[in-house]
Structures are given as C-alpha cells and as structure tokens.
Design a protein around this ligand. Structure first.
Ligand code: ATP
Ligand code: MG
Length: 402
C-alpha cells in the first residue's frame, strides 16, 4: 500500500494529472495542472473538464475521445488547451478509464505532460519554412525577371554593337575613299610630270618630221615615226599603270611581289625624281603571294610616300628609300626604310591612328598609315611594325604567303 502511494506521488510530481467522473466532472487535479491552467484547485473541482477546452479544437476530437474511453480503452492525443488567462498550452495527454472489479467505469484519469514549447517551436519552424518557400518562389520569379531583363539588355547591346560596327565600316570605307582621292590627286600630278618629257620629245619629233618632209627623206621619216610611236606607247603605259592601281580588287589572287613593287615605283618615279630621292629595291623576281594586290600596293605606296615627304625641308645628302622584300618561312617580309631622320619619339605610338598627322592640313590627312594598318592586318592578316634606326624610319610588314 505504501509503495502504491509512492507511485502516485511520483506520477503527480512529474506529470499533469486530473481525474473526472464518468460524466467528465473534475474530481481531482494536482499542483502541475493548476500551474499550467492558471486555475486554483477550488475553481476546478466540481467543474466540467471542458473548462480548459480550446475553441479551435474540433468537436470530432471529443467525440472520438469519449467513444474511446467509454469503450474502456486508453485515449492518447496532443491536446490544445486554454488556460484561465486565455493563453494556449499544449499537452501530450493519455486518458485511461479506471474500472471496478466488475469491469464498470469508475472514473477517468488523465496524465499529461507539457509540450507547448515543442509545438510552438514546430509551428515557428513551419512558418519559417512557409516564408522560405514563398521567398524561394519569389526569388525564382525575380531571377527569371532579371534574366529576362539581362537577355533583353544583351540583345540590345548586340544590336547596338552591330550598328556601331556597321557605322565604323562605313566610316572606314569613306576614309579609304578619301585617301584614294588624295593619292589620286597626287597621281594626276605625277602623270603630268611623267608626260612632260615625252610631250616635249613628241614636239621635237614633229618638228623633225616637218623638216624631213620638206627634204622628202622618207627613210628618216619612217625612223621618226617609229620613235614617236614608242614615246606614245610609253605615255599610254603610264596611264595604264595608274588605271590598274586604282581599280578596286574584289577577290584574292596569286601575284608576284615584284609586280607590286614595280607598280608602286612606276607611280612614284616622277615625284621621287622631282624631290631627288633615290629608291633602292631588292626583290626576288619569283616571290609570289596570295591576297589583294591593289590593296597591298596601296599600303606600300603610302609608306614610301611618307618616306619621301620626310625628306622635305631637310638638308640630307644621298636621300634614299630602301625597299627590301624577302621570304622568311611562310611569310613575306617587306622592309621599307629611309634616311630622313626618323619619327619623333613623342609621336611614334600615334602614327597609325586615323587622322594623326604632323603635316600641314593641305598636304596630309593622317589617314595613310591607318589605311596601311587596316590593309595589312585586316585584309592580309599580317602585321606592320615601325621603329627608328640610326638615320631614319623603318617599317616592317610581315604577311603570310597563303
Ligand atoms: N618615314 C617617316 N619618317 C618620319 N615621319 C613619318 C614617316 N612616316 C610617317 N611619319 C609620321 O607619321 C605621320 C602619320 O603618317 P600618315 O601617313 O598616317 O599621315 P600623313 O602622311 O600625315 O597624311 P596622309 O598620308 O593621310 O596624307 C606623319 O604625319 C609623319 O609625322
Ligand atoms: Mg602619309
């Protein structure tokens, strides 16, 4: 009997305990029950147990409870209850019917323990989980939105770049045209110069022919006629050279490097002799490359022309421009050097920029070397570098043979 009392005490100390009669009227509560519910023993004894019922709990739960315990079985649940002050507490509850010797229900005993903290924590967790889910969902949406914006931006950017590149191409074309016109002006001057001598030769021939006619010297007249024809052929060749030079090349071709150099020389001969600049050339007669012939000759012409210009207003004996073409592996190297004193250190990094010139506006547009760079790097897939040597500038062009 003493042991039973001790069991009872142990249970009452560790749990929340209440007893009701068969109708659910409270007949016993322990200290723990009073503590958690906020009611005193006096307030509880004699009241229906539903005094701690929480309005949130559905009716069905109680139906199930009563059905179970009246069937003399133990009912277990986690119950949501309301304390006297209206606050909520959760208890894990076990309700057992107590039977008499004949098996009739005497009373019910409910033993519980407090799980409020657990439940609240779980609820908090659930809430956080929901929030996270929501956040995740909106995040996904936001990321999608941002990606869309970025894609749009990217698309616009691409379009803008395309337009800019196109604009640039147009600009390049115009520059090219401008530079061509500039050198064309110079060429016309050269033609005039190159024609001066044959024209005066023709004048003399005509005069001679007139004299021979009066003398009736048919043989000498025939000689003068042949001579005149050769002079005219030479003049026509000059025109042909210039015409070829300005014909735009549309497709890549195999061509001889010596042809390119000859073409450049025949165009520049006049102005070089006028400025007393000697051109020295070393090029193999058989060296062939593949590419745009007229563009390459334009590039070489621009560099050689600059060398000629560099002598202007300078008192230099022995004015010389040297052109050397050689094959090194799969590349052709074209070296163009002069003894005009070189390029100033302050400007040497800028000379390939479009419109950079140190010349008077009437004589230089500053496009020459820019065009050289475009032709060599873009069209011919090669490289052009400049350096000063001891008495002048040196331009080196490297282009792949194929
Ligand atoms: N061989 C050289 N010696 C000294 N300076 C040079 C030489 N070649 C080029 N330069 C310098 O580089 C500048 C740029 O040359 P670039 O051919 O681009 O333009 P430009 O000759 O001034 O004008 P353009 O060729 O358009 O008529 C020249 O103004 C000149 O100062
Ligand atoms: Mg130039």
């Amino acid at each position: 009997m003493e042991a039973l009392k001790q069991y009872k005490q142990a249970i009452e100390k560790s749990n929340i305990v209440s007893k009701t009669d068969i109708d659910g009227i409270i007949t016993f509560v322990n200290e723990e029950f009073c503590k958690i519910s906020g009611y005193s023993k006096e307030e509880l004894i004699g009241k229906n147990h539903n005094i701690v019922r929480h309005p949130d709990v559905p009716q069905e739960n109680f139906k199930l409870l009563w059905a179970t315990v009246l069937a003399k079985k133990t009912f277990k649940t986690t119950a949501k209850n309301r304390a006297k002050d209206g606050s909520t507490f959760y208890v894990n509850t076990t309700i057992s019917p107590i039977l008499d010797v004949r098996g009739n229900i005497l009373e019910f005993i409910a033993i519980r323990y407090d799980v409020t903290a657990n439940i609240l924590l779980t609820e908090e967790l659930k809430k956080k989980e929901e929030e996270l889910k929501l956040l995740n969902a909106t995040l996904e949406h936001r990321v999608k939105e941002q990606t869309k914006q970025l894609t749009n931006l990217n698309h616009n950017l691409k379009e803008q770049i395309r337009l800019e590149v196109e604009k640039n191409r147009e600009k390049d074309k115009m520059m090219f045209q401008q530079a061509r016109l500039a050198s064309m002006g110079e060429m016309i001057g050269n033609i005039a110069h190159q024609w001066r001598q044959p024209l005066s030769e023709l004048g003399i021939i005509l005069f001679t022919v007139k004299k021979l006619f009066l003398k009736n010297d048919a043989l000498q007249m025939e000689k003068q006629y042949k001579y005149a024809k050769s002079v005219i052929e030479r003049m026509s060749k000059t025109i042909e050279d210039f015409r070829n030079f300005f014909k735009p090349t549309k497709s890549k071709d195999d061509f001889l490097m010596s042809d390119v150099i000859d073409e450049v020389l025949s165009i520049l001969e006049g102005s070089f002799s006028r400025e007393s600049v000697h051109i020295d050339v070393q090029v193999s007669k058989t060296l062939k490359i593949f590419g745009y012939k007229n563009e390459l000759s334009q590039a070489i012409l621009n560099i050689v022309n600059n060398a000629k210009d560099a002598f202007k207003d300078k008192n230099i004996d022995n004015r010389t421009v040297n052109i050397a073409v050689s094959k090194k592996g799969n590349f052709v190297h074209i070296n163009i050097s002069d003894n005009a004193g070189g390029i100033k250190d302050e400007v040497i990094d800028k000379i390939f920029e479009p419109y950079f010139t140190t010349k008077h506006a009437s004589s230089g547009t500053g496009l020459g070397l820019y065009i050289v760079k475009m032709i060599i790097e873009n069209s011919m897939k090669g490289e052009v570098i400049v350096a000063n040597k001891k008495d002048g500038a040196n331009f080196e062009i490297k282009i792949p043979i194929k």
